[in-house]
Ligand binder design. Structure first.
Ligand code: 5AD
Ligand code: SF4
Length: 440
């Protein structure tokens, strides 16, 4: 009988891509996937540590698997990703039922570590790799015919923003050669993919230290040339590094979707300085104005941190004012969470938790209203939707996305999957929209 693995992924797109790599390795070892942990021979969590809550969730989850290990001593429990990278051997000490701990650069070591665990040898590997090995082991996507796929263009981050654990758990920034990226997108396109999202922690610094000198904008042009690809997106951009050349791509490259995720984190210059973000409120707003000028229908989304150490009421009001000025289509808002090894740990933080919580709720309410208004403005209008599959509600509908990355559910046949069709938006909800087919 085939051995089974249960794999759960937390966190960002990087982990999603890594999990696919992990699943591929396990399948080569003869394991097949299962969605039921109780029937698995191998349980694997690919973890996230961006905020304390994410980390606690993972550790809590790992404890839940302890009884399974007790009733089946052969069961192997493995932990990968950012919590594994951060905690390393400590996880093995803390969680006696865990047998394998592998870091963000050590996915390729998994098969051997699993073999060791089978022989009762628990192990951890969390060493960062050198540049050559990382380039050789860059994660690639499986051509499974998905209409929309993530493609990794760079890994790691050199920014060391004061609050952020990413550079500590993902390592230094490294870009993948453009020839490989283009070849991968071509392969995906030949197998049915129509939309690619180029992913990296800070895609705007793509190409630093690469010999061919191609910028991220240059890379977009190359991907744009692939005929079967109809839509291109990218995440995440750093406001400091987004170049005029890249902004102009929104005017020059019709396949580039008119949506950008541009985290501003705080609207206060003082807090931005403490965070080490490398731009001012004015500089951010200037970039937004330029984006709106070259691409009038562009919609922005963002990330915001509330309650960074030393944030005053005035600083917070600056954040609110920026949110009201830009009118983001969506915002991911976070309460500041102290992370190991980050510079912000050394800053004075006197704001009481309840005050931070009130600010957070206030921001949430304001943004929710703006988002509602932005998306409700689509009702009654027709937009092209790239159809991705059958609706998750299982009600016979199909779903796709508008260029702004909003999910639209509508009545239609599965023959439309992979095609871009005009859809009239008839209702707008918190996370999706309802549409109806438009006769052409
Ligand atoms: N506390 C709160 N939010 C954080 N983020 C990153 N680190 C922290 C932290 N320590 C948020 C930032 C980032 C997003 C991915 O997570 O807004 O853009
Ligand atoms: Fe973290 Fe800043 Fe790098 Fe983004 S740019 S991953 S927030 S250090």
């Amino acid at each position: 009988m085939e051995k089974k693995f249960y794999l759960e992924t937390f966190g960002c797109q990087m982990n999603v891509v890594d999990s696919e790599q992990i699943a591929g390795l396990l399948e080569e070892m003869g394991y097949e996937p299962t969605s039921i942990p109780e029937e698995a021979d191998l349980i694997l969590l690919n973890t996230c540590t961006i905020r304390e809550k994410a980390e606690r969730k993972v550790v809590g989850h790992l404890w839940q698997f302890k009884p399974l290990k007790e009733s089946n001593p052969e069961l192997i429990i493995a932990v990968g990703g950012c919590v594994a990278q951060q905690e390393g051997e400590r996880l093995l000490e803390q969680l006696p039922h865990v047998g394998v701990v592998f870091g963000t650069h050590n996915i390729h070591r998994l098969p051997e570590m699993i073999q060791n665990a089978k022989k009762g040898r628990r192990s951890h590997e969390v060493a960062f790799l050198d540049k050559e090995s990382r380039l050789r082991l860059f994660p690639t996507r499986r051509c499974d015919g998905s209409i929309s796929q993530f493609v990794t263009v760079m890994q790691g981050c050199d920014n060391f923003c004061a609050y952020c654990v990413v550079p500590h758990v993902r390592g230094r920034e490294i870009s993948r050669p453009s020839t490989e990226i283009v070849a991968e997108v071509r392969r995906l396109a030949e197998n049915g993919t129509r939309e690619v999202t180029l992913v990296g922690q800070n895609v705007n610094s793509y190409g630093n230290y690469l010999p061919d000198g191609l910028s991220f904008a240059g890379l977009l042009v190359r991907v744009h040339e692939i005929p079967e690809i109809e839509r291109i997106r990218f995440v995440t951009s750093h406001p400091r590094d987004i170049s005029d050349e890249l902004i102009k791509c929104f005017a020059d490259l019709p396949k580039l979707c008119s949506h950008i995720h541009l985290p501003f984190q705080s609207g206060s210059d003082r807090i931005l300085g403490l965070m080490g973000r490398g731009y001012s409120r004015r500089a951010y707003l200037d970039k937004v104005a330029f984006l709106k000028r070259v691409c009038p229908d562009i919609r922005l989304t963002t990330d915001i941190i509330v309650g960074f150490p030393g944030e005053t009421e005035e600083d917070f009001q600056d954040t609110l004012a920026l949110v009201e000025e830009v009118r983001f289509a969506d915002a991911f808002t976070f309460l500041y969470s102290p992370r190991p090894n980050t510079r912000a740990l050394n800053l004075q933080d006197e704001t009481p938790g309840v005050v931070k919580q009130q600010r957070f709720q206030c921001l949430l309410d304001i943004q929710e209203q703006i988002s509602l208004e932005v998306w409700a403005g689509d009702v009654g209008k027709n937009f092209p939707v790239l159809v991705e599959g059958e609706s998750r509600q299982g009600n016979g509908q199909i779903f796709g996305r508008t260029v702004w990355n909003r999910i639209v559910n509508f009545n239609g046949g599965s023959e439309l999957i992979g095609r871009t069709v005009p859809v009239k938006i008839i209702a707008s909800y918190k996370n999706s929209q309802l549409g109806e087919s438009v006769k052409i």
